[in-house]
Design a protein around this ligand. Sequence first.
Ligand SMILES: [Cu+2]
Length: 565
Amino acid sequence: MRSHLGMLVFLSACTGKEAITSPHVAEFVQPPTLDDQDPDDGRFSGQITAAPATLEITGDPVEFLTFNGSIPGPQIRVKAGDQVAIHFTNGLPDDMWDTAIHWHGIEGYNSSDGTPVSQVATAVGDSFDYEFTATRAGIYWYHPHHRGAQALFSGLYGPLIVEDPAEAELTSLGILPADDRVVVLSDTWTAGGVVTSAEVDDAMEIMNGTEGRDLLVNGQVDPVLEVGANSAVRLRLINSSITRFWRLSVPDHVLYRVGGEGGLLDRVRVEGGTIEGERFDPETGESVGTVEVDLGYARGEIVLAPGERADVVLVTDGQPGEEWSLRWEDFARGRHGMWMEGDEMVMGDAEDDGTRPGEEVARFRLVETDADPFTIAEGDPGLLAVDRTVGQIDATGALEWFGAEGTTLDEQMDMIQEENGSWSMTTWFGMNGESWHPDHHMGADQEEAPTAKHAALGDVIRWEVHNQSMMAHPYHLHGFSYQPYELVYWPDPEDEASDGTAVRVPFTWDEYQDTSLLPPFSSVFFTVKLNDPEGNGSAAGRWMQHCHILQHGENGMMSELVVAP
Ligand SMILES: [Cu+2]
């Protein structure tokens, strides 16, 4: 039986056992909670200002860009169904840029989506009011969509947590830990007191995306989190990096996933390792047996591509004084490299793709607690424990956007030999064969993307997103959460060892997501319903779809879903 965790009591100074001497001084902090200025239940009103701030995150003072002076920006904490009003002020210096806020994952309020096709960016010194209802519990976040790569790399991002009404009961049942933390993962690169540029010209850096040198957990380098021994801690993880994939592990322990982008799951999951797939002939669809698919990370680890979130539980089944590492490990995502073969420059997966050394990004210090032991196992009920389920979107009569009708993620690179013999490279990113990015200053009046998809409110769509490239990309759809139902690994056309068969892996659980990691040469199939939460057309309009490696999106791996009323 599960037991109530109760209040955690931290007694780090008198655990009776000497803590391991640690050079780590930063105490794990939570992003500051944004003040709710609306006294009414069910309504949240807050103020957010984008402005520079000098912070000593990586040692020396560095001028970052921040929301309300901190990295990450303030935590907005609301309940599912709450009406949210955010008064945003662009307090960036005069010589900086117009900007706005996109609420990543929030559904159905197009005029508050904060993208270059939903609003004109707010000029320096001006303000804009965002209003939306947080319709679905889950882990969300916010960041600018105008010059997003540089804005995020400079520090503009923050968490938005939408609580499920069942969380209190699930906590009292011992299904969710009472110790509940928000964990914003990001990276930065600073030099000479400023953040380096993410708006680079170098084709290889654009191709691979810029990764920061310093890995940050809630804006801190390697902080220490005290957790009650022999109990558990809940970590609401958000990957706010512009490029970096976060493969997270706690050596010898399991990160149990209880929820994610669109809220809690029916049952507890353990991810990673291998899963069974069905091999099939891509021409005929005919099954030719089963195969074990290696997911590229170990069982019990969690992988978050840029923009993805996960709600996980770590059981702290150790003694007070023990210290455990939360580690970043490299994930093979198809980072490219180039090298000479004879007289020819060739390109492929970088030699160290997926094998770069890992590092500790935070540390858990177990301390005494009066809490009862916590147990959790794969398959344990989550939402089911309160007689609820995620459920499935009814796909009867759905539009079918498969193959060329769906979305393709396209990437090309060429090696060019100059007359002087030196080699250079070019990159190109697109969706459905076209490279597109909106104008930052024209708002909803600008011409549609040449590959924009069109649908109407109320439509249900079964949609294929096909990554046709040899690199992993995180696909993000604005405005509507979808339910993935199948992932297909297509044969790599350049793999001479391939037998030409594809592998199909069904999603065996129900979940709402808005961002998906697509491995090289793979398709994700999902079902989405174009809900209009207020019934007044607020969900109609121009919604972006793009790669969330932000330099890929801004270099053309971007398009739109245009929804008619
Ligand atoms: Cu990409």
